[in-house]
Design a protein around this ligand. Structure first.
Ligand code: ADP
Length: 248
């Protein structure tokens, strides 16, 4: 029943590396249109969890279902990406020698763009779509600037825009505000809340001010399973969470 109404459903997922359990019967349910923050100390299993969702790592046991019924453990990484599952790694990866607009154009033309597709001029609808993406990622004024000339924060936004161009239904972001200025961090919270209106978003984050600004449900991972879940205030008041973060 839980799986039926969910965009992402993990049930009892375990992953071992040389006998060490990076994930230990992890269960997690994300609803369609939900934004969720995942926090937890280093080594908690956050990266391994994302690797399991994107098909980079196979779980030893447990279920991983997308959209209530698609078994992600049976699909390879390309097939999972094609379902509309996007992932942003910590470091921004943009084409530095192309303009902001050209970066979005490439992303819009898709990962399987052929030479012919690349040379084809944009349709009016495609231009409108790029203009809308530019507005979303706050880079309208910088459309003709080289991506390499952007600030670190703007590069992160551009990469988010490139992911959005592929219209993901579920987007995962790994510490999106690491290295950003306070102003950029604040704008990123607005940006993510905006894009979460049309899709599910999962954010792995260490910056508690940013987590507070996102204002969504928080899941605390520890030793490969869920330690606590709820509002930020609730999990921060949880005895077990305090123990884990302050050390015993
Ligand atoms: P987090 O992202 O929360 O810091 P990780 O998922 O990266 O945690 O790691 C969880 C645990 O699994 C860590 O103890 C890490 O050392 C271990 N681990 C992760 N990937 C591998 C791997 N490929 N081989 C061996 N151990 C790994």
């Amino acid at each position: 029943a839980l799986a039926a109404g969910s965009i992402l459903y993990l049930d009892g997922v375990s992953v071992s590396f040389d006998g060490f359990k990076a994930l230990n019967t992890l269960s997690l349910v994300i609803a369609p249109g939900e934004m969720r923050t995942i926090i937890g100390p280093n080594g908690a299993g956050k990266t391994t969890m994302m690797d399991v969702i994107t098909g980079k790592t196979r779980p030893d046991e447990g279920a991983v279902l997308f959209d209530g019924s698609v078994d992600l453990t049976k699909l390879d990484e390309a097939a999972i990406a094609n379902l509309g599952i996007g992932r942003k790694f910590q470091k921004p990866t943009v084409f530095e020698n192309l303009t902001v607009f050209e970066n979005l154009e490439l992303a819009l033309k898709g990962p399987r763009r052929t030479f012919a597709v690349l040379l084809a001029s944009l349709t009016g609808a495609q231009r409108d779509r790029i203009d809308a993406l530019l507005a979303t990622i706050r880079l309208t004024e910088r459309a003709q600037a080289l991506a390499g000339a952007l600030s670190h924060g703007q590069k992160q936004w551009l990469e988010i825009g490139m992911l959005l161009a592929q219209e993901p239904r579920f987007l995962m972001l790994d510490e999106p505000v690491a290295g950003m200025t306070d102003a950029e961090t604040e704008q990123t919270a607005d940006l993510l809340r905006e894009i979460a209106r049309d899709r599910s978003v999962l954010v792995v984050e260490h910056d508690m001010e940013f987590v507070r600004a996102l204002g969504c449900k928080v899941t605390v991972l520890h030793e490969g399973s869920v330690l606590a879940e709820g509002s930020l205030a609730t999990v921060q008041a949880n005895e077990r969470v305090i123990e884990v973060y302050l050390g015993r």
